[in-house]
Design a protein around this ligand. Structure first.
Ligand code: ZN
Ligand code: ZN
Ligand code: ZN
Ligand code: ZN
Length: 508
């Protein structure tokens, strides 16, 4: 039998089964249970409402929405919901935690980045003429590691018989694939300075902060004004993400834009090439003296690595030739949902060593505390004494699974473009407008809809809510398996649609 499918998507038809992967017995039983007790439609309706979130939040109670213009009151009660509870998506950014919510986050990040590139949602379209760079700042080398060079070149081809003090030859002729678990691992674990790598990562957010300060200083010098007066001449805006590399250290990828004094879209007083010079000089100038971990340790002067990459995305109205604005937005959105490359099910040994080192350094930093803080420091909820709280490295152990990176994975300067908050508010408003027009049996008025959604105005509705948090996650074991399967099906469908669009463009 052939299945009728929406737009011909294979596996999207009503008869196409969801691929549930390997179910454990309790999951299979609970799915059969839902089919047997007739609660499957309620689950399906709820899954659709939360967009197949893997760990929704469960709320019980009610709310009353008052339209302050008309005085109309709408009551909403969780007992009237299909599963008798109000389910809310978890909203987690991380792909491995919630595939579905992380996609919404990625989409919002894409919107946020691209409105800063093209304008829209309140950002003027003239922002397209402001000089724009794509900058990558790396960590320095702490020792040679195995690397995948597009699988085309050997990893470390050294013909000279270089032998390290530990008697290891620092050569590797393998053509590593990017998924090779050896990639990122040191050629000689004893030569690799894992402690300095951890200390660098711990202070990496501070290095980024200092970079933005140094860049403002460079721009002021370029314009011949004081740093304080810079804002009357130019504004520096950026959006950045942190991305873990195979060796377990972060890269910062940032879009750096120069606006005139009146914000996004006002004419910039300098060119992209002057901005590029400023970025390169700022990266070289930035340093941070990290204090020793303990008396047996040394002070480290931290810097960015030498492999700074600066590409011109746009210089005035002209596009840079190396990278397109769309590529950049897609790239940043993709990395905004990635986190540490530590897969808890199979952590690569060199990443485990970084985790151990984070914990060991934290313990060393507090060793000898009369209140025994060093014994409890790696405990997630431990309370430290006043003195130990002041220690820079006190919390390093708690960030061990993030390999010592405590910064934001994606962040932006205030006036880069819209905020994630504004995008979320717009989505909520849209749902309310849509529900309203359904309620009134009217067609949704789309005139200036975007302006109304993005408006920073007072809300004209008042919500009186009385909600209690019941818990998080799906009630039965098999529910999450269904959520994951449905989310992955939705993902495949989107990809299939994108591929088809792509193919159509190429045929045209
Ligand atoms: Zn979720
Ligand atoms: Zn190698
Ligand atoms: Zn060695
Ligand atoms: Zn203490």
């Amino acid at each position: 039998m052939t299945t009728a499918t929406r737009d011909g998507f294979p596996g999207f038809g009503p008869d196409a089964p969801l691929e549930l992967g390997d179910l454990v017995a309790s999951e299979a039983e609970s799915i059969v249970g839902r089919l047997a007790d007739g609660t499957m439609p309620a689950l399906a309706a709820t899954l659709a409402k939360v967009g197949n979130c893997a760990h929704p939040v469960r709320l019980v109670g009610s709310s009353e929405t008052v339209d302050t213009r008309t005085g109309e009151i709408t009551t909403f009660r969780s007992v009237d919901e299909p599963m008798g509870r109000l389910f809310k998506p978890c909203g987690n950014r991380r792909e491995e935690v919630c595939p579905s919510c992380s996609r919404i986050y990625a989409r919002d990040t894409f919107e946020l980045v691209s409105t800063g590139l093209h304008g829209g949602k309140g950002v003027p379209a003239t922002v397209q003429t402001n000089p724009l760079l794509f900058v990558t700042l790396t960590a320095p080398s702490f020792g040679a590691v195995h690397s995948a060079r597009d699988g085309k070149q050997p990893c470390h081809p050294r013909s000279r018989t270089g032998v390290c003090p530990h008697g290891r030859r620092l050569t590797c002729w393998a053509h590593h694939d990017i998924d090779d678990p050896d990639v990122g691992a040191p050629l000689c674990p004893d030569c690799y300075d894992v402690e300095s790598a951890v200390v660098w990562q711990w202070h990496a957010p501070e290095l980024w902060r200092r970079f933005t300060i140094a860049l403002r200083r460079q721009l002021a010098a370029e314009l011949g004004v004081t740093e304080r007066d810079l804002k009357h001449h130019a504004r520096l805006e950026y959006a950045k993400v942190a991305e873990f590399q195979a060796r377990g250290l972060v890269h910062f990828h940032g879009l750096v834009r120069i606006d005139g004094p009146d914000g996004p879209g006002s004419p910039a007083p300098i060119t992209a090439s002057a901005l590029e010079r400023g970025v390169r000089d700022a990266v070289t100038a930035v340093q941070y003296a990290a204090m020793p971990v303990d008396d047996g340790d040394v002070e480290r002067i931290l810097r960015f690595g030498s492999q700074t990459d600066v590409r011109v995305v746009r210089d005035g109205a002209a596009a840079g030739d190396q990278i397109t604005a769309e590529q950049v937005a897609a790239y940043l959105a993709k990395y905004s949902t990635k986190s540490a490359g530590v897969d808890p099910r199979r952590p690569a040994p060199h990443l485990e060593r970084i985790i151990d080192s984070c914990r060991a350094l934290a313990t060393r930093a507090l060793a000898g505390c009369p209140f025994g803080c060093d014994e409890r420091v790696n405990d997630r909820r431990a309370r430290l004494c006043g003195e130990c709280c002041q220690n820079t490295y006190a919390l390093l152990g708690r960030w061990a699974l993030m390999l010592g990176f405590r910064g934001h994975f994606s962040s932006k300067s205030r006036r880069y473009s819209v905020t994630l908050g504004a995008l979320r508010r717009a989505r909520r408003r849209f749902q309310r407008y849509a529900a309203d027009s359904r309620h009134r049996d009217e067609v949704l008025d789309v005139r200036e809809l975007e302006d109304r959604l993005m408006a920073d105005e007072e809300e004209t509705t008042l919500v009186i809510a009385n909600w209690a948090f019941e818990g998080s996650g799906w009630p039965r074991a098999g529910d999450k398996a269904l959520a994951d399967a449905a989310a992955s099906r939705a993902r495949e469908y989107e990809k299939w649609r994108a591929d088809r669009r792509h193919a159509r463009i190429h045929r045209a």
